[in-house]
Design a protein around this ligand. Structure first.
Ligand code: NAD
Length: 476
C-alpha cells in the first residue's frame, strides 16, 4: 500500500494514527494516510502562528518575494500534473481527464495570486486635520484554517492558500479524510518551493476530531471552509468561542433554465457536462433542469441519448467520461434519495440504478419530476442525478429557479438577451451563466448565498478578505 505523510512545521510525519484510503473504483484500500488529532493540530497551528508572529523569514519578506515563492509553487504544480492527477483520480475516483485539466488550471490560480501579492495596497486618508497624516495598512488576518471536502481538493485548497499567502497569512490545510492523497502530495511541492517552515501545513483526519480541534483552536484567526451546510453550522458554533471569522462555501441545487428559443444542442451539451462532470460531485452541478414545456419532450430525448452514450469505467482511463462516486456512503445517499423521489411520483427517464460490478458507480440518471414535489427537486444529491421540471411562463421559470434555500450557481439558455438580463437580476444565485455553464477563471469571484454559504473565492476581493486594515495616525 502506498504511504502518505502529513506536513507540519516544514517536516513530514506519520500522524497520530494511520487510516486506510479506499480506491472508489474497486472498493479496496490502496493507501495508508496519516490521521491527525488534537496534538498534530496544535503543533500545526503553533507552527503557523510562530511563522507569522515569531519574527521569522516569512513575516519579513516583501510582498514581491512572497509572490515569487507562489510562482515557484505554480511551476512545480504545472510540472507535477501527471502525478497529482493520478493520485487524485486514484483516491477520489474523479476521472483522469478532469483531474489533469483541473490541476493544470490550479497552477494558473497560484500564478494569479502570485501576481497579486504586491498589488494589495493600503491607502492614505485625506482627513480634515492639517497636522495629521493617516494611513490604512493592509495586514494579514492571521493564522488561517482551510478545510476542504474530497471533490476538487487541490482546486478548493488553491482558492484559499493562494490568496491567503498573497496577503501574508500562514495556513493550516485540513484535507478531507475521503481522498487526501493529492493534498498530502502537494505538501511536497510546497516544501520544494522553499516556503519557510510553518507557513503552509497540510494535515488530514476526521471531521469530528481533526476538523473540530482545528476550528476551535484559539490561535486560528480565520476559517475558510468548503463543505456541507451541517458541518458549516458546527464550524460557526466552534469558531464563536474565539470569534474567528469564517468564509463558507457550501452546497447547491443549481437550476439550468432552457427556453424554447435556445440552441437546444448547445444547451444539452451544457446540461450533460453541468450535471455529469465529476460524477455530479460538484457544488455547482446543474442538478435541476427547468425547461420550457413546449420543448421538454424533444430536449429530454436529446439529453437521454447523450446520457446513455456516456462511457462509464475506470477513472484512470482517458476514454472514461463518468467514474465512480468517491465513497460507498455517497452512493447509498443517492440510492436513498432516488428511491424517495420515485415514491413521490418522479419517473426515470434514464439510469436510476448502479451498474453491476465492483466500485461505487452509479448510472447517469435523469428523473422527470413534473407535477411532483419529489425530494430530488430540493435536496442535494452530490451525484449524477438530474431532476427535470417544466414551465410555461418566464415568471414561473424564475419562481422555480428560486424555490430552494440554496443560491450558488445558475444557467440560462435563450437567444433572447433582453430576457436573459431580466432573469440574471431575478435569480438568487452567486453565479449566473448565460448560454454557457461552469466557466471559471481566477479573476472571477465564486460563491453563493443562503444555504450555499457566504464566501467569495477567486479574484482580488478574496485576497483582500485575508487582510485586516490597520489605521495609523501620525501627528506631523
Ligand atoms: P463535509 O462538510 O462532510 O466535509 C467537508 C470537510 O469538513 C471535510 O474535510 C471534513 O473532515 C470536515 N469536517 C467534518 N466535520 C467537521 C467538524 N465538525 N469540524 C470541522 N471540520 C469538519 O462535506 P463533504 O460531504 O466532504 O463535501 C460535500 C459538500 O461540499 C457538498 O455539500 C458540496 O456541495 C460542498 N462543496 C461546496 C463547494 C463550494 O465551493 N461552494 C465546493 C465543493 C463542495
Amino acid at each position: 500500500m502506498q504511504q502518505f505523510q502529513c506536513y507540519i512545521d516544514g517536516r513530514f510525519s506519520n500522524g497520530e494514527a494511520r487510516f486506510p484510503s479506499v480506491d472508489p473504483a474497486t472498493g479496496t484500500a490502496w493507501a495508508e494516510m496519516p490521521e491527525s488529532r488534537e496534538a498534530d493540530v496544535d503543533r500545526a497551528v503553533e507552527a503557523a502562528h510562530q511563522a507569522l508572529h515569531g519574527g521569522g523569514r516569512w513575516a519579513r519578506m516583501t510582498a514581491t518575494q512572497r509572490g515569487k515563492l507562489l510562482y515557484r509553487l505554480a511551476d512545480l504544480i504545472a510540472a507535477g500534473v501527471p502525478r497529482l492527477a493520478e493520485l487524485e483520480t486514484r483516491d477520489t475516483g474523479k476521472i483522469i481527464r478532469e483531474t489533469s485539466s483541473q490541476i493544470a488550471y490550479v497552477a494558473d490560480y497560484y500564478r494569479y495570486y502570485a501576481g497579486l501579492a504586491d498589488k494589495i495596497e493600503g491607502a492614505f486618508l485625506p482627513i480634515d486635520k492639517p497636522d495629521m497624516d493617516v494611513w490604512l495598512r493592509r495586514e494579514p488576518v492571521g493564522v488561517v484554517a482551510a478545510i476542504v471536502p474530497w471533490n476538487s481538493q487541490l482546486f478548493l485548497a488553491a482558492v484559499k492558500i493562494g490568496p491567503a499567502l498573497a496577503a501574508g497569512c500562514t495556513i493550516v490545510v485540513k484535507a478531507s479524510e475521503d481522498g487526501p492523497a493529492p493534498l498530502l502530495e502537494f505538501a511536497r511541492l510546497v516544501d520544494e518551493a522553499g516556503f519557510p517552515p510553518g507557513v503552509v501545513n497540510v494535515i488530514t483526519g476526521f471531521g469530528a476530531t481533526c476538523g473540530a480541534a482545528l476550528t476551535a483552536h484559539p490561535k486560528v484567526a480565520h476559517i475558510a471552509f468548503t463543505g456541507g451546510a451541517e458541518t458549516a453550522r458546527h464550524i460557526v458554533r466552534s469558531s464563536a468561542e474565539n470569534l474567528a471569522s469564517t468564509s463558507l462555501e457550501l452546497g447547491g441545487k443549481s437550476p439550468l433554465i432552457v427556453f424554447a428559443d435556445a440552441d437546444l444542442e448547445s444547451a444539452a451539451n451544457a446540461q450533460v457536462a453541468g450535471i455529469f462532470a465529476a460524477t455530479g460531485q460538484s457544488c455547482v452541478a446543474a442538478s435541476r433542469l427547468i425547461v420550457e414545456r413546449s420543448v421538454k419532450d424533444r430536449f429530454l430525448e436529446i439529453l437521454a441519448a447523450k446520457a446513455e452514450a456516456i462511457r462509464i469505467g475506470s477513472p484512470l482511463s482517458m476514454e472514461t467520461e463518468v467514474g465512480p462516486l468517491a465513497t460507498e456512503r455517497q452512493r447509498r445517499h443517492i440510492e436513498t434519495l432516488v428511491a424517495a423521489s420515485l415514491d413521490a411520483g418522479a419517473k426515470v427517464v434514464t439510469g436510476g440504478s448502479a451498474p453491476a460490478g465492483e466500485g461505487y458507480f452509479y448510472r447517469p440518471t435523469i428523473l422527470d419530476c413534473d407535477g411532483t414535489s419529489a425530494p430530488s427537486l430540493d435536496k442535494e444529491f452530490f451525484g449524477p442525478v438530474l431532476s427535470v421540471i417544466s414551465f410555461e411562463t418566464e415568471a414561473e421559470a424564475i419562481e422555480l429557479a428560486n424555490s430552494t434555500p440554496y443560491g450558488l450557481a445558475s444557467g440560462i439558455f435563450t437567444q433572447n438577451l433582453t430576457r436573459a438580463h431580466r432573469l440574471m437580476k431575478a435569480i438568487r444565485a452567486g453565479i449566473v451563466w448565460v448560454n454557457t455553464y461552469r466557466a471559471v477563471s481566477p479573476i472571477a469571484p465564486f460563491g453563493g448565498s443562503g444555504l450555499s454559504g457566504d464566501g467569495r473565492e477567486g479574484g482580488l476581493a478574496a485576497a483582500l478578505g485575508y487582510t485586516r486594515t490597520k489605521t495609523v495616525w501620525l501627528r506631523t
